[in-house]
Ligand binder design. Structure first.
Ligand code: UD1
Ligand code: UDP
Length: 389
């Protein structure tokens, strides 16, 4: 059978996690039809932001690591475009696969589309309607140069239709005649697949002394929060306050961006109060299985992460969203997650309300755990159509 070459371009933590489901699907269902080659852009490079995910999730070793590292948006995006272009010219893939909304996503999509290589975008259609977020620009740019667009939610599909994508388009698809799909969430596939494995392999509950204890799980890494002294102080002060007055245990695995900013931007008194609060546990970033265990066992999640918001829903946990808006309209509308932004009163009120009355209703809005299979079947149909070869 003729094998088609797909190049997957990934570089940031959530992309490693999502890509694992697609790589697994290729290995299990299409080993003779699809040859996957991975480019790691090097956007994330610390072991606990990158290597650990490749090992745990058994993601194939990348053929290329561009080692772009950190820098301004223009630096990161520009370097990835240039370095990716050379590889795409050499490797001549039939399809390029990008995920989400990072600089890696946009750069990969631009490099490929300008070489007339079709792009498949997984997590297409999500919108915050807030272009001060770099991710919003990345998503819109990427969607509009893609040929196959896979939205995890109905809202994502509707956003695409509002921007002029036609859900009635029939194959053969092309950059000017793209195919759009509502396919469910690949991160949900992963949670279904890895939760049992995490129960066996992770020891984080014992390591952090959490057996039989209630705790709150927090993550914080959006530049709107980490790079803005007023917001950062307000949020951390509110969380530390709740923790202190209730002796409530908070676990906060810290993204390296936030780890850098806390000592620079937090007021000295607050920093000291957090340091001395025995119930406020700031840790290094978690490996994925450890994170799944914490999500599974915690009472409430408080986050500005896109992926963690969704995972709160998968684990049927209430969630406070430390942002002014959310791309995950479904879970906000259902009330299992609440947009609290940096508003002290909202954070406190919502926290106490969820403590008293945790939400019970979590209807399936993220698919059936088979999004990756759906996506791969569409890839094969597209590749079989042969027009792009
Ligand atoms: C990026 C994505 C964001 C995503 C997040 C996932 C963009 C514009 N943003 O944000 O959408 O939610 O990844 O985690 O692409 N750093 C390290 N070690 C690392 C990686 C980063 O120390 O391995 C530090 C560096 O100081 C760096 C900062 O974190 O400047 C930010 O990293 P960067 O990749 O630019 O953005 P993220 O905030 O991680
Ligand atoms: N995650 C993890 N360890 C952590 C924090 C997050 O494994 O310490 C996982 C989380 O379970 C989710 C993904 O990383 O699957 C979300 O990535 P992140 O919050 O970095 O980015 P976002 O989703 O906001 O783009």
């Amino acid at each position: 059978m003729h094998k088609s070459k797909i190049i997957t371009i990934i570089g940031a933590r959530p992309q490693f996690i999502i890509a694992a489901a697609i790589s697994r699907g290729i290995k299990n269902h299409y080993p003779d039809r699809i040859q996957e080659m991975i480019i790691h852009t090097g956007q994330h490079y610390d072991d606990n932001m990158s290597r650990v995910f490749f090992e745990e999730l058994e993601i194939p070793e990348p053929e290329y690591n561009l080692e772009v590292g950190s820098g301004s948006h223009a630096y990161q995006t520009g370097e990835i475009i240039q370095r990716t272009e050379q590889i795409l010219i050499k490797e001549k893939p039939q399809l390029v696969l990008v995920y989400g909304d990072t600089n890696t996503t946009l750069a990969g999509a631009l490099a490929a589309s300008k070489l007339h290589i079709p792009v498949a975008h997984i997590e297409a259609g999500l919108r915050s309607f807030n272009k001060s977020m770099p991710e919003e620009i990345n998503r819109i740019g990427c969607d509009h140069v893609s040929t196959l667009l896979f939205s995890p939610t109905q809202t994502g599909l509707e956003n695409l239709v509002r921007e002029g994508f036609d859900p009635g388009t029939l194959p053969p698809y092309h950059i000017d005649k793209p195919g759009i799909y509502h396919c469910g969430d690949v991160m949900f596939d992963n949670v279904m697949y890895f939760s049992q494995i995490a129960e066996k392999k992770s020891h984080i509950i014992e390591t952090l002394g959490l057996e039989g204890k209630d705790f709150i799980l927090c993550t914080l890494h959006r530049p709107q929060n980490t790079d803005n002294a007023s917001r950062l102080n307000k949020i951390m002060n509110t969380l530390n306050g709740i923790s202190r007055e209730n002796q409530a245990l908070f676990i906060l695995p810290l993204h390296p961006r936030t780890a850098k900013m806390l000592p620079q931007l937090l007021e000295a008194k607050l920093l000291e109060s957090i340091d001395k609060n025995p119930f406020f546990n700031i840790t290094a970033p978690m490996a994925y299985f450890d994170m799944l265990m914490l999500e599974n066992r915690c009472q409430i999640m408080i986050t500005d992460s896109g992926g963690v918001q969704k995972e709160s829903y998968f684990f049927r946990k209430p969630c406070l969203v430390l942002r002014p808006e959310s791309e995950w309209k479904e879970i906000i509308d259902l009330g299992t997650a609440v947009i609290v932004d940096d508003d002290t009163e909202m954070i406190r009120d919502t926290y106490y309300r969820f403590q008293k009355e945790p939400p019970q209703n979590f209807p399936p809005v993220f698919g059936d755990g088979k999004a990756a299979e759906f996506i791969l079947n569409e890839f094969v149909k597209f590749l079989d159509s042969g027009l792009q070869e």
